[in-house]
Design a binder for this molecule. Structure first.
Ligand code: EAX
Length: 323
């Protein structure tokens, strides 16, 4: 009898452990179909396939577990394991993130990829370990563009006094102050505030105007491309360090592949989105006076935002690398 119980116990332990599924909770603030979710969905598909079901990924989206700052705090506490988070809100946790959100930094996607996937991007990911994150890679929100419901904007003069919602980020607020707007930091989502006219405008990549139907409530769009907005794809450092080396490699490989997939997907869709937004009635200024916009923000690198020696040093390296 004792033997039978023992055998059963051994069987239970062996198979019980083998069957236990490891759950990765991943948070994004936006809704299905959004850039962050496309990364999350692809990651889920790859991890579940590559681990042969030993891992499952549960995606928490649409701010169901809070805004991006709150998702980051939950990753730090270890109550969720991963997140795909826009650069803006991340810079309050580690100011080094401001370096990659610098206005008019990258001239095109190739340059953004080269820097973010190279040693400078890696320096940023590595830095996040001091605040409890394993920085895995960058996916993208994309180049940000201004929309508003007041007037056509072709130069910074037209921005004067516009009430613009910005991300919860001192950098983004300063950029829009420098451009002459009246910026208000607010977490995502912002449809109601736009609809009710609490704010006149906002700035985001093209997919946002389509997925969140901003064409219904924003008449004017200007292709300012003022900031290339990456997502930082992160894990809880404590959780990541407890994974076996094989599983660390599996998770890292899957999120990198998901990010590469999503960047391509985003870029492939942009021409179609622009056409759709025009068709929906948005008045689009495609070639604004970018030099005039750029002129207004040249002083940013000398501001307090970048005064931390580590941040300043990396910014200088980055500005030299994109020349
Ligand atoms: O994708 O809050 C924002 O404006 C961000 O770009 C958000 O991730 C929407």
């Amino acid at each position: 009898m004792k033997k039978i119980i023992l055998v059963m116990l051994v069987l239970l332990l062996t198979f019980g452990t083998a069957l236990a599924v490891n759950t990765i909770k991943l948070g994004v603030v936006t809704k299905p179909g959004s850039a962050q979710n496309i990364v999350g969905q692809k990651f889920k598909e790859l991890v579940e396939k590559r681990s042969a079901g030993a891992f499952e990924v549960k995606i928490f989206h649409s701010a169901s577990i809070g805004n991006e700052t709150e998702i980051l705090q939950q990753i730090q506490m270890g109550t969720i394991q991963m997140g795909v988070i826009t650069g803006g809100p991340f810079d309050t946790i580690d100011p080094i993130v401001r370096v990659i959100n610098y206005p008019f930094l990258f001239k095109d996607y190739d340059q953004a990829d080269e820097i973010l996937d190279g040693p400078l991007g890696n320096e940023i990911l590595k830095s996040l370990e001091t605040s409890g994150f394993k920085g895995l890679c960058f996916s993208e929100n994309g180049f940000r563009n201004l929309t508003n419901n007041k007037q056509k904007v072709t130069s910074p003069q037209d921005v004067k006094g516009l009430k613009i919602r910005v991300m919860s980020s001192a950098l983004h607020k300063t950029i829009w102050q420098s451009l002459g707007a009246n910026p208000t930091p607010m977490p995502w989502p912002i449809y109601t505030e736009l609809e009710q006219g609490v704010i006149d405008g906002q700035e985001n990549p093209l997919w946002v105007m389509e997925v969140y139907k901003f064409y219904e409530i924003q008449k004017y769009m200007t292709l300012t491309r003022h900031v290339y907005s990456p997502h930082i794809d992160v894990a809880s450092l404590k959780w990541f360090n407890r994974l076996s080396p094989e599983n660390q490699a599996m998770v890292t490989g899957a999120i990198k592949d998901a990010a590469a997939f999503q960047r391509r997907d985003n870029r492939d869709k942009n021409a179609g989105r622009l056409a759709l937004l025009k068709e929906k009635g948005m008045q689009v200024v495609e070639t604004p006076d970018i030099d005039a916009f750029r002129e207004r923000v040249v002083g940013l690198k000398d501001m307090d935002l970048y005064k931390d020696a580590r941040v300043q040093a990396l910014l200088i390296k980055l500005l030299a690398a994109v020349k």
